[in-house]
Design a protein around this ligand. Structure first.
Ligand code: SAM
Length: 262
């Protein structure tokens, strides 16, 4: 599937379901990324592929002048409503991380939590990230690793997908690949961390993702009679591999990519 067609689908897909329920399961990642970038009053901050704004809100609450950008209009709408409710001034834009309508060197800090990795043209997204970060500016990205817990979820769904994706988002969780993409423009420090999602059962996990995680919801809703097959595979996978006493503890490994713009 060509990149443009995939992005067209993604702009709708990520907005399906109540994404807010999902973003709350990675609150520890938002905390870590924003803490690493240490927001300061008045500095210019961009949160790329911001979803409903969890990281943007944290940076704005600490005094940064924040822009949040995402491909999915539905999520940007929710992000705007949340900012109004929270009394936070955040500029939210619908846009593509591969083609940012933003000036060169216009941000001191750029964050992206499980976000930029989903833009399919990795070189284009990396180029834009470098272009908009001011010299001496900082970036912090959290990217799921190719062998970690979230990659396993996508592997579980893969046999049900009509076509393989044109590129793998999980390349952004591979240290060597990240150095290829960003190493010329940034001094990088890369660490591996784990975020654990705890739910009472495989069934509860299916309910959460099949109703609220765009990629799973859209796939499940497209399957007709095979939906039940994916449902069964899902529950069995988590009960077999991630049961810990009275709960499922899904360990999700990610790279924290921290960089200083040269
Ligand atoms: C897993 S969600 C993460 C959202 C948010 N950063 C968070 O922490 O909850 C992935 C996000 O990437 C966005 N996205 C995917 N491709 C994109 C692109 N090319 N440009 C901008 N955003 C994109 C999706 O719309 C979605 O909001």
């Amino acid at each position: 599937m060509p990149y443009e067609e995939l992005k067209q689908r993604q702009s709708v897909m990520w907005g399906k379901g109540n994404y807010q329920r999902i973003t709350e399961t990675i609150a520890d990642i938002h905390e870590l990324v924003v803490e690493r970038l240490a927001p300061e009053s008045g500095e210019r901050w961009l949160d790329l592929a911001c979803g409903t704004g969890a990281a943007a809100e944290r940076a704005a609450a600490a005094g940064a002048r924040v822009t949040g950008l995402d491909l999915a209009p539905g999520l940007i709408e929710t992000a705007k409503e949340r900012a109004a409710e929270l009394g936070l001034e955040i500029e939210y834009l619908v846009g593509d991380a591969e083609q940012l309508a933003l000036d060169d060197a216009s941000f001191d800090k750029v964050s992206s939590t499980c976000g930029i990795m989903f833009a399919p043209d990795h070189e284009a997204a990396a180029g834009e990230l470098a272009r908009v970060t001011a010299p001496g500016g900082r970036i912090a990205l959290a990217n799921w690793t190719p062998t970690g817990g979230m990659a396993k979820v996508f592997k579980l769904m893969a046999p049900y997908q009509p076509a393989p994706p044109p590129s793998s988002p999980f390349d952004w969780g591979d240290e060597q690949r990240v150095r290829e993409l960003l190493g010329d423009s940034f001094d990088l420090t890369i660490e591996e961390h784990v975020s654990t999602l705890r739910v009472p059962s495989g069934e509860a996990y299916w309910e959460l993702f099949s109703t609220s995680y765009g990629p799973t919801k859209v796939l499940a809703d497209s399957l007709g009679e095979r939906r039940e097959e994916l449902h069964r595979d899902w529950v069995e996978f988590f009960e077999t591999n991630y049961r810990e006493n009275d709960e499922i503890a899904h360990t999700r490994e990610y790279l924290l990519v921290y960089g200083k713009r040269r």
